[in-house]
Design a protein. Structure first.
Length: 243
């Protein structure tokens, strides 16, 4: 049993279809994820002193606020950089929690399924409200597996293409194949229907390789860096728009 399986079963035993664990940050501390991020690869603050970030699958927002503080401290700027961050998640209860916990005015949370029909419009409207056309960076921590299991190979491609279209840099932490098997097992143990697409996936096993191939070949982004594995045996892949 891997670390995720063990912890999820202890603290959040229901089968989950979207990774919308209510107690996620009790067993997956947000601070550990921040420590894995390099400090010197971020682009500078813009001339108008603004920098914008998107956190996709933000859950209850704990990691989002740490990402915000991390960016404030690591974006190079002549004066103060005005960072804004939008966190989105498909679970309305988690978004309510995220809003209730948030004390930073420049962080907003929206309930949004990124693969829903109107999602690009919602994201574009937010960008318009902060007078930008793209996010400087989009964070996709531990979400690709849920997108992949629920929307198949084409859904994973669609997701990454959308994120790359609206962002200049993407930070992705793909789950390992073992986690797919565990997620499926949890559903079956909870007597829920298994992910209907799990046996139809062609992208299996080396998930980092598949995500990197999509980022390179479908999104035409270039590699900035890939971190070492963290405690959960996940690497963080950082890619950016080719200039
Ligand atoms: C395992 S949690 C990861 C939370 C956070 N990104 C982190 O790593 O700390 C995955 C989150 O993605 C959200 N999610 C899954 N599919 C989504 C989708 N299509 N659109 C938006 N959020 C989604 C879930 O509701 C859940 O909160």
């Amino acid at each position: 049993m891997d670390k995720e399986q063990e912890n999820v079963e202890k603290t959040d035993p229901e089968g989950h279809r979207y990774g919308n664990f209510i107690n996620y940050y009790t067993f997956h501390p947000a601070q550990e994820r921040i420590e894995q991020l390099p400090q010197d690869i971020w682009s500078s603050c813009h001339l108008d002193s603004k920098y914008s970030a998107l956190d996709i699958g933000c859950n209850a927002g704990n990691l989002s606020s740490m990402l915000y503080n991390f960016l404030e401290n690591n974006i190079s700027a002549d004066g103060k950089c005005d960072v804004s961050l939008l966190g989105v998640d498909l679970d309305p209860i988690l978004i309510e929690r995220a809003r209730a916990q948030n004390s930073i005015p420049k962080i907003k949370f929206e309930c949004l399924d990124v693969l829903s029909k109107g999602s690009k419009t919602v994201l574009s409207k937010y960008l318009e409200s902060i007078k930008r056309t793209r996010f400087d960076v989009a964070f996709c921590f531990s979400i690709t597996m849920w997108i992949h299991l629920n929307h198949g190979d084409s859904g994973l491609i669609e997701f990454l293409k959308l994120v790359c279209e609206i962002s200049d840099m993407i930070v992705v932490e793909p789950q390992q194949w073992k986690s797919y098997r565990n997620a499926s097992r949890r559903l079956r143990r909870a007597n829920a229907t298994d992910f209907p697409l799990i046996n139809k996936l062609n992208f299996t096993h080396d998930m980092e390789m598949h995500v990197e191939n999509i980022l390179r070949n479908e999104c035409h982004f270039s590699n900035v860096m890939v971190t070492n594995q963290n405690n959960w045996k996940r690497k963080v892949l950082i890619y950016k728009r080719k200039s």
